[in-house]
Design a protein around this ligand. Sequence first.
Ligand SMILES: Nc1ncnc2c1ncn2[C@@H]1O[C@H](COP(=O)(O)OP(=O)(O)O)[C@@H](O)[C@H]1O
Ligand SMILES: O=c1[nH]cc([C@@H]2O[C@H](COP(=O)(O)O)[C@@H](O)[C@H]2O)c(=O)[nH]1
Length: 412
Amino acid sequence: MTLTEREREIVDLLRAEPLLDAAAIADRTGSTKAAVSVHLSNLTKKGAILGRGYVVRPEAQSVVVVGGANMDIKAHSTHAIELRTSNPGAALSTPGGVGRNIAENLARLGSPTHLVAPVGRDAFGEEIIAATRAAGVVVDHMIASDDATGTYLAVLDATGELVVAVSNMRATDRLTVRELMRCRDLLSRADLLVLDGNIPEAPAAWLLDFAAAVNVPVVMDPVSVAKARPLAHMLSPQRPLLALTPNLDELSAIVGEPVPQARADIARAARRLHELGVQNVWVRRGVRGSLLSSLDDAGRATVVTLDAPPVTPVDVTGAGDSMTGAFVHALMRGDSPVDAARFGQMAAALTVASPETVRPDLTPRLVDAELRRSLRGATTPRGATTPRGATTRRGTTTRRATSTRPQSKENR
Ligand SMILES: Nc1ncnc2c1ncn2[C@@H]1O[C@H](COP(=O)(O)OP(=O)(O)O)[C@@H](O)[C@H]1O
Ligand SMILES: O=c1[nH]cc([C@@H]2O[C@H](COP(=O)(O)O)[C@@H](O)[C@H]2O)c(=O)[nH]1
């Protein structure tokens, strides 16, 4: 290939700075942009230039969530429930599952998020994948199970309180280490791993060991009392957790004895989890808000109680999941654990005030604006409509939110 002197000059310039455009080259060579464009076109025809370079922004910090994905079917009776007969009402089906809900909250807040969850090769599985992708979650690593997609069938009474729920999560129950090993690359590149308690013990232990080996911090949501129990022997300083987010019943199940509501008792139980390698123990207390116990570098625990923003509950389904998702989002943007917990709790209040399990309008702007509003003394997060009772956490313990005001600190 023979090049003219000017063409050679341009090629040398481009070798040093491949992203120069015609105007910049014209500047450097004392030529005109039009003339340089002709030279560039000739150089392309001669094969000296193969194409223009594009600079790809390094991938933003990403979160990988490994957990359960269900199709939630919620039936609301229009009148007081009569047992053992048909009750008139309305039914709503929506994608759910704790891990999936957390992933959707994270994506809606703008955190690049991957979900690894087993779903069946069936219509529910397809619907969950499509809806979760549409919410912004990367679903390239979903696991196709031979079992049916998980379902969570809940019956709620006319006040929105959960009467009974049955979950069938065989696809998640049968998740294997082998299936998760296919995601090793994704997991090792993660900036943070969120695990839910739906993951059976062997794969969960493998994930904790793998995360420790590749130095990826882990946040874990226990899901339910039954699913929290194995954590008692799974946790250890060799499997450190950045944060664990139990409610009081789950905390009791993990420490192996009832933990009373008092701040000192919760703080004492949290200390036992610190000894097992949990850096931040964030205890959910429903309408009472939460308690965060954080270990500093010197190994001292700081305990902070956070009141729940006053809200008129519409449907508390998904409150805990939005709380975890928003907490993780705020940690990723550099908030301190306490500020992240405040952010998480406001996202939970916004979820409680809406009929959806995951608010489709959730944005960091909305949560931050509500935090500012609450500092000015405003009470109800936007979205609050019909007052209703609170429902149950994963059908394990019943908790009614009869008061919309948090309890005073003296009562804790
Ligand atoms: N009735 C309520 N009023 C105000 N906030 C609530 C209410 N229920 C839940 N929340 C908020 O949602 C968070 C999670 O709810 P909680 O019931 O503790 O979790 P989970 O449903 O996971 O057990 C609470 O810490 C609180 O901030
Ligand atoms: O054993 C389980 N029960 C229930 C769920 C999910 O928990 C959510 C409702 O619980 P909560 O209101 O506590 O967020 C639903 O989306 C449901 O699919 C789950 O993942 N695992």
